[in-house]
Design a binder for this molecule. Structure first.
Ligand code: HEM
Length: 328
């Protein structure tokens, strides 16, 4: 584990429980070091959703969106968007049939310069309930300092102590991958605080629902589709019409844990459509306008703030360190 500055070193020791202060979450460098340790050194690709395609489009908030959030992106005007569709994992050459998440990252920027970043996945749950479990899961699956492979007994003990870390893998095992970037929902997974025009703050999670409907690969297609079919399929769709998603907010009910992204809220919880995303163009190949940016998920906007979900708090810092390493 590389420790870069005294501040980060303190964060690391506290995280490991060696400095007596157990409350600090792992520092951004520590998180990215752990990702590199388990997944490989970051080159030019993202360590998560390394394979991806840039696209462009726009977002228009609904009247309900404007009521539920004072963020300028919901003011009903057309907001230009830089979009990235991704395939889960660090491997930029992974097959599009992989049983992993598909990703939708969006940077919206209003003509007045207000920016809102989001990143969502095709699975309703994340693979770790806390940053500590995220890093712990990576460390236990990394090679040791002497190159020794991960110890299966240590992995089993980690999983037994952190059973929620299996929730995402279970969902992926039970659901075939999407047949198109345009036919899967993309879940924000973490809860956010939305401040409405009435001044009230409401906790919600979002999902981008495909207007084209839900379609997954068949078991046969899983073995026959080419490795890079998703971008071609999206280009074919876009040659005739935009690909659209409704942005829906889902609100928690009694007993729902708002700070644990490994557990989905029940489907019957209230849902409201707050906007529509239209994807109009996709880049001809890998690379493009989305590559030098990262979905930083900061409180950039009045009207959309982070919740107390501990995994959310560490994302912006980790994404910034990842961006700096992949563009160094
Ligand atoms: C402990 C929590 C998390 C950590 C440490 C983490 C870390 C990262 C990092 C380092 C990247 C690469 C960023 C870049 O280089 O630009 C990334 C990308 C991504 N993450 Fe996370 N992540 C976390 C949670 C989540 C969750 C809960 C979601 C689901 C909504 C998610 C969805 C994505 C997506 C879609 C991308 C690709 C973004 C793009 O295409 O630009 N991540 N993550």
């Amino acid at each position: 584990m590389r420790l870069r500055t005294p501040l980060l070193a303190l964060g690391s020791l506290a995280f490991l429980g060696l400095a007596g202060a157990q409350t600090l979450p792992p520092a951004p460098d520590v998180i990215i070091d752990a990702m590199e340790g388990a997944l490989g050194r970051i080159t030019t690709y993202r360590p998560s959703h390394g394979k991806g395609y840039c696209a462009t489009g726009h977002f228009v908030g609904t009247a309900e969106g404007g009521r539920l959030s004072v963020a300028p992106v919901f003011n009903g005007q057309r907001v230009p968007a830089i979009i990235r569709f991704g395939v889960g994992g660090p491997n930029a050459r992974v097959s599009d049939t992989a049983r992993s998440t598909r990703g939708l990252a969006i940077r919206m920027e209003t003509p007045a310069g207000d920016i809102w970043d989001s990143a969502s996945i095709s699975v309703p749950v994340f693979g770790a309930p806390t940053p500590e479990a995220f890093v712990g899961g990576l460390l236990v699956r990394s090679r040791g300092a002497n190159g020794a492979p991960p110890d299966p007994a240590a992995v089993a003990a980690f999983v037994a102590a952190n059973p929620n870390t299996l929730n995402q893998g279970r969902w992926l095992a039970a659901n075939l991958p999407p047949a198109s970037f345009a036919t899967t929902p993309y879940f924000g997974v973490n809860a956010f605080r939305f401040q409405g025009a009435d001044g009230q703050v409401r906790i919600a999670r979002w999902v981008f629902e495909p207007r084209a409907g839900l379609e997954r690969l068949t078991a046969e297609q899983l073995n026959t589709m080419p490795a890079d079919f998703l971008a071609d399929e999206l280009r074919r769709r876009l040659s005739s019409a935009p690909v659209e998603f409704d942005m829906v907010l889902q609100f928690p009910g009694e007993g729902d844990d708002v700070n644990n992204p490994t557990i989905a809220w029940p489907d019957e919880r209230p849902r409201i459509i707050v906007g529509r995303l239209s994807v109009t163009e996709v880049a001809a190949g890998p690379g493009g306008a989305c590559d030098p940016i990262s979905a930083l998920l900061l409180d950039q906007e009045p009207g959309i703030a982070l919740s107390d979900d501990p995994t959310l708090a560490v994302r912006a810092g980790a994404y910034a360190v990842s961006l700096s390493r992949r563009t160094r």
